[in-house]
Design a binder for this molecule. Sequence first.
Ligand code: M6R
Length: 366
Amino acid sequence: EKAGYEHFMLKEIYEQPSAIKDTYRGRMLADRGIIRMAGVDDNLEKFLNAKRIIVVACGTSWHAGLVSEYIFEDLARIPVEVEYASEFRYRNPVINKDDVVIAISQSGETADTMAAIKLAKENGAFVFGVCNVVGSSISRETHAGAYTHAGPEIGVASTKAFTTQITILSLMALKLGKAKGSISNSDYHMYLNEMEQIPSKIEKALQSNDHIMKVAAVYKNAKNCLYLGRGYNFPVALEGALKLKEISYIHAEGYPAAEMKHGPIALIDEHMPVVVIATKKGHYEKVVSNIQEIKSRKGKIIAVVTEGDTSVKNIADHVIEVPETFEALTPLLTTIPLQLFSYHIAVMLGKNVDQPRNLAKSVTVE
Ligand code: M6R
């Protein structure tokens, strides 16, 4: 059942190229420039008239929601708010009839997300679900939706659910951007073609596994770890930190790189590993100067960079390369090394990778 892999988590990490193909298969016809998604097509007016999108989710699904904030605003020019379902449900939030609520949940059973959906429905909003488990409670409670089709995710630490959620949300943003005219035809076609390249680029990123294992061995006894990213890769930093926390029990924090100087920089010394996502484009120069600030305080830098990068290579302690892609699609690649990094650390520490202590795969209680 683990198909020769030592853990479900590792199997699911390696399944991402095919999981993403399964997500877009039959929906994205890149050569014809078509994105078909029944749940969106049938409700296109609601999406096009939406004054804003409110995303509700928990955990890793909330991180996918944060990535979607960047892509929806960037490509479809629709304002997005991303909410922890548990906060939203108890806040007496302002919800309008012309709000579109997107609920993201791998299991489709998360209690807080479910409650947020019910609240949104009571207030007249249109609620769209992005779930992995077919027939799950959330997929039944929402007005419409799209399944990620990632296949069963057994490891408690979410991996392929995250990247397939981002895939679905990116397709939606592209589809709406096209319908609204907020992206040009040529950009739209370029994005579709690039999306088709993502699975093979993930394959390429997975080839760094042995190198990542060696880097993990250096930091396995760290007590803390900081993750930094900007723009599209800020949520990836949060997700990288969550992965490390939940399976290795090492304290980790994700931060937008520029926020460092507002507090966390005080933590930096020779014992602090800092994972920095520093891919080309996406505020590259600014991230490079953040790296210099950390180095001058003796922090250890593990940088995720674009293939062929030279400037970061000169200053970082370790670099992990991912192939080049459009900035908006970088999270699909930069996430991969961070998943592998936490996986290897947890294995080396002898932790129960697939079933970390105190955690359940679906959180059906609030
Ligand atoms: O099934 P869901 O996507 O609604 O679950 C949400 C979170 O409980 C989940 O993502 C959790 O944070 C994972 N263990 C993270 O790896």
